[in-house]
Design a protein around this ligand. Structure first.
Ligand SMILES: [Zn+2]
Length: 252
């Protein structure tokens, strides 16, 4: 989107009925070996790959996301984890979607890459669709966490050689994200900085203020040391397939 002239953008929306992709991520610590921008960069990568397949346009990402939670993202307390208040995130995404719809995009895809965003993005999409409908726009929005589903065979390959796999609950900065980053942004991964700490054993509740002792020192909830580029390729290509399938189904 940012590389197009306004009239070209307009032509793509109005004449071609192009799908507009809005990546939404987070700026959040991912241990010592992955960059703070891991989530939003992965969302943008996914959006670009799927947009290429369906002739879509990738809008600028909403890089910041909802507050990191201890049991899913290592928590809000580490330096660099730069989150939005829920109200800000809802309002920000609502306004972006409302503007894109006002300019006659009829098909918008929101690609989410950060677990904590989920219900706030739903709220923003719901409100934006409502405000656009009041203005007489027939905009439809598809929202998807790109890693919503994983084929069990892929999971087996991901955790091959690990006796006691952490599972998706502890996958912050672990094998999945490390492998995907090795495939998509290899220059930004430093495998030599991965530490293998005991995994956290979270209680089934949260406390405020957070207790930093709940989270391993690195900030990762499981170790990414067995990650490889090949595992990353397997995961990324599967997710690109899932998102493409969803987009083609809803926006034939
Ligand atoms: Zn992440």
């Amino acid at each position: 989107m940012s590389e197009l002239a306004w009239d070209e953008y307009q032509r793509r929306l109005v004449e071609d009925g192009a799908i507009v992709f809005v990546p939404v991520g987070a700026v959040e610590q991912h241990g010592y070996h992955l960059p703070l921008g891991t989530d939003w960069m992965m969302a943008r990568y996914m959006a670009r790959r799927v947009a290429e397949k369906v002739g879509g346009i990738v809008a600028e990402p909403v890089a910041y996301g909802a507050r990191s939670q201890v049991r899913t993202g290592g928590g809000p307390h580490r330096c660099g984890t730069t989150s939005l208040n829920a109200e800000t995130l809802i309002a920000l995404l609502h306004d972006v979607l409302d503007e894109i719809g006002r300019h006659d995009a009829r098909k918008i895809v929101v690609i989410d890459s950060h677990f904590e965003n989920r219900f706030f993005l739903d709220e923003a999409c719901h409100r934006a669709q409502g405000t656009l409908a009041l203005k007489g726009r027939e905009t439809r929005i598809l929202k998807m966490l790109y890693a919503e589903r994983i084929n069990p065979d892929t999971m087996k390959a991901v955790y091959q050689g690990i006796d006691n796999p952490p599972g998706l609950d502890l996958e912050h900065g672990g094998v999945l994200e490390t492998a995907m980053m090795l495939y998509c942004y290899p220059d930004l991964v430093n495998m030599s900085r991965i530490v293998d700490e005991p995994r956290p054993d979270f209680p089934p509740y949260d406390v405020f203020p957070v207790n930093p002792d709940w989270v391993p020192t690195s900030g990762c909830l499981s170790s990414g040391k067995t990650a490889t580029r090949m595992i990353g390729e397997l995961l990324v290509e599967e997710f690109v397939g899932h998102v493409t399938e969803a987009v083609r189904k809803e926006f034939p």
